[in-house]
Design a protein around this ligand. Structure first.
Ligand code: DGJ
Length: 386
């Protein structure tokens, strides 16, 4: 075979076979984690993602992102309810009734919830003192991608809304973490951004760990993206979020009305790149189950524990077991659903082509004889799964 023929044949091979292989791989990847829809009482897939579920009065309340069929923006926050008497041994099959949007994007220019904005991971708390439902959410401004990285606060006297936007801002401007001593502050300030133009190098990682980005964001407020909320036994409410360009989690104490920050906050796993925090407390230990940062793609879950929000936090192997565990079964956590003595690790199987159709995957979280949390694989057949 002469060189011309070889080049021609090789070119034809590349043009036909490689795209075919790639297509096959994508198809296989997608098929690997295909799950059924979660129908509401009208038979429509529940469009409430990155959400939270809790019981209030005679209802279970499920708040989540209402996403469009196509595109990455938001429609607002949706509510689905089920009667408190519903069988919650299998909460995904409870009779979830669509109660519509409780927070809607608006057509007002410049509003943090202007149509075209991004509203992610809404979490709602009932505030006994103010008798208000308070919603916190990851708020991104229209046309600015994920740059704003702020927290939205909205309230409603009724679970069914409508929620009114209170404000949106970055947490804790001009505040250092509660456990930072003068020496820590001095060290964080000593790292100069200009000296670290190249990311992911070992010196850069060290600068991140010691708070270079913390200092960078001191005036503007700390970045706040993926998030959850947690009310402790003593009534203290915490907002836990990915900060510092998704490199470090912050646990920030909320004011008693849940509408702001007291200024007390702690960093968790500095430089660890954790997203999608979910938390549960058991026998005095906080268990924080997160994901890594791979956009809409699944990755291996990360587990941390501590005896206090202030830490120290210890990392453990992922609690996910069985087929698909290495990629958290294709899902990314959003909430720990507590129903009686049962806990479910609620997760989203993102479909970035149609976020509204992202699937819901909820798995029982149990504790083993060694006291460690365990999430069992929801995948029956190990075929094609890792
Ligand atoms: C991963 C986050 O967990 C999601 O909530 C969303 O922000 C995507 N990244 C966007 O890429």
């Amino acid at each position: 075979m002469n060189i011309r023929t070889f080049v021609m044949l090789f070119g034809t091979f590349c043009m036909t076979c490689i795209p075919a292989f790639a297509q096959q791989r994508n198809r296989n990847n997608r098929q690997r984690f295909e799950y059924p829809a979660t129908p509401d009482t009208n038979g429509h897939h529940v469009n409430a993602h990155g959400g939270c579920i809790f019981r209030h009065g005679d209802q279970w309340l499920w708040y989540g992102e209402a996403r469009p069929q196509w595109g990455f923006t938001s429609e607002g926050v949706a509510l689905y309810t089920a009667p408190a008497s519903a069988d919650m041994t299998d909460p995904q099959h409870a009779p979830w009734q669509n109660r519509g949007l409780v927070l809607r994007v608006v057509d007002e220019e410049g509003s943090p919830i202007e149509r075209g904005c991004i509203i992610e991971r809404p979490k709602v708390l009932w505030n006994e003192k103010t008798q208000l439902f308070v919603m916190l959410f990851h708020s991104e401004l229209k046309g600015r991608g994920y740059e704003a990285a702020q927290t939205g606060f909205a309230t409603s006297p009724k679970a069914e809304g409508p929620f009114t936007l209170h404000h949106a801002a970055r947490p804790n401007p001009n505040r250092w973490p509660a456990d930072f001593a003068e020496a820590d502050i001095k060290k964080a300030k000593s790292y100069k951004l200009a000296d670290y133009k190249e990311w992911w190098t070992e010196p850069w990682r060290e600068a991140i760990r010691y708070g270079m980005f913390l200092f960078r964001d001191m005036e503007r407020g700390q970045m706040s993206r993926d998030m959850t909320v947690f009310v402790d036994d003593d009534g203290t409410a915490w907002h836990i979020f990915s900060s510092e360009d998704n490199l470090t989690l912050h646990a920030a104490e909320l004011t008693p009305d849940y509408l702001g920050y007291t200024g007390r906050y702690y960093r968790i796993a500095p430089g660890g790149q954790n997203e999608a925090p979910t938390i549960i407390k058991r026998d005095g230990t906080y268990w924080l189950l997160c994901s890594g940062c791979t956009g809409w793609d699944p990755n291996e879950a990360r587990l941390f524990s501590a005896k206090s929000m202030a830490g120290p936090w210890t990392q453990h192997p992922s609690p996910c077991k069985g087929p698909g565990a290495r990629l958290t079964y294709g899902a990314q956590g959003t909430w720990m659903l507590q129903a009686g003595d049962k806990v479910f690790f609620m997760a989203d199987v993102w479909n970035p082509r149609s976020l509204a159709n992202s699937r819901h995957l909820w798995m029982p979280l149990t504790f083993g004889a060694d006291g460690m949390p365990v999430v069992q694989s929801p995948i029956q057949s190990p075929m094609g799964q890792e």
